[in-house]
Ligand binder design. Structure first.
Ligand code: F6R
Length: 269
């Protein structure tokens, strides 16, 4: 795992946008895996800015979102489809038909997973997956003790996740307790992964993910098995890492390598 530590969320968003931009400029038909939530908002804002001001084009890009609530229609204000439309898709030149979010209102939610997996396969897999992490270490909605081999399916949210997400729902409003989510194996199959996190409330999850034992109890720790994962975090999210200074040193050495050898091999296909 490569760990990059930034002074603030803005520089973190800029660097993650650089990585996404390199991916889609090198392969304009890239397949991106995307996340919702507050974490990737800075990245999405920066991508929108680069589209509007610098002509960065998403015309050939396909996307698959990680997850969607069960029982929430796509046009509901709190659906992940609405979130993606408002915060990214409606503001760039992507073809809407090239964007997929699991259907939370499918007649049989149990059938959504296999079909979603098939669509990902038909798109020849995910080139670059953007992830956030839950305070309990979840990625997508793979809650603690999710199978490390899981694929897209229905999951029950933990009390902690329901509480963390309650800020998006009005008091008394229906708040989903189930979600359809890509599995941990689905995520690990992505060729390249960027996991973003900022804020002190993510510090424990980041520590367990990067330095803890590989365990289904912290689903994000499964990323230790992935060959090309970059973790982009701010100082607050890095504050519980035992080897924080080492990761910074590695970053400096990497910069030095890039300056002298210009490696560009991180782009995935
Ligand atoms: C969202 C998702 C979740 C979030 C995580 C962090 O699509 O898959 O795993 O990334 O819950 O959420 P925020 O970013 O709101 O702290």
């Amino acid at each position: 795992m490569e760990v990059l530590i930034f002074p603030d969320a803005t520089s973190l968003a800029r660097k993650s946008a650089d990585l996404v931009e390199s991916q889609i400029k090198t392969f304009p038909d890239s397949v991106l895996g995307l996340a919702t939530g507050s974490t990737p908002l800075g990245l999405y804002q920066e991508l929108i800015r680069r589209h509007q001001q610098e002509g960065l084009s998403f015309a050939g890009v396909k996307t698959f979102n990680l997850d969607e609530y069960v029982g929430i229609a796509s046009n509901h204000p709190q659906s992940y489809r609405t979130f993606m439309d408002e915060n990214l898709f409606d503001r760039i030149d992507i073809e809407k038909s090239n964007t997929q979010v699991p259907d939370g209102m499918a007649e049989n939610p149990l059938e959504v997973g296999p079909a979603y997996e098939q669509s990902i396969q038909e798109a020849r897999g995910i080139d670059l997956q953007v992830l956030g992490v839950g305070t309990d270490g979840h990625i997508g909605f793979n809650e603690p003790t999710s199978s490390l081999k899981s694929i897209t399916r229905v999951k029950t949210l933990t009390k902690q996740t329901i509480e963390d997400n309650s800020r998006f729902f009005e008091p008394g409003e229906f708040q989903p307790k189930l979600a359809i989510t890509m599995g941990i194996q689905t995520i690990l199959d992505a060729r390249r992964i960027l996991l973003l996190a900022h804020g002190e409330n993510k510090a424990e999850a980041i520590r367990d993910m990067v330095e803890g034992p590989l365990s289904a109890f912290c689903p994000a720790s499964a990323l230790q098995f992935h060959q090309r994962t970059t973790v982009l975090i701010d100082e607050a999210a890095a504050s519980k890492l035992a080897l924080g200074n080492y990761y910074k040193f590695v970053g400096e050495m990497q910069d030095e390598l890039v300056r002298t050898h210009r490696p560009s091999d991180w782009i995935s296909r």
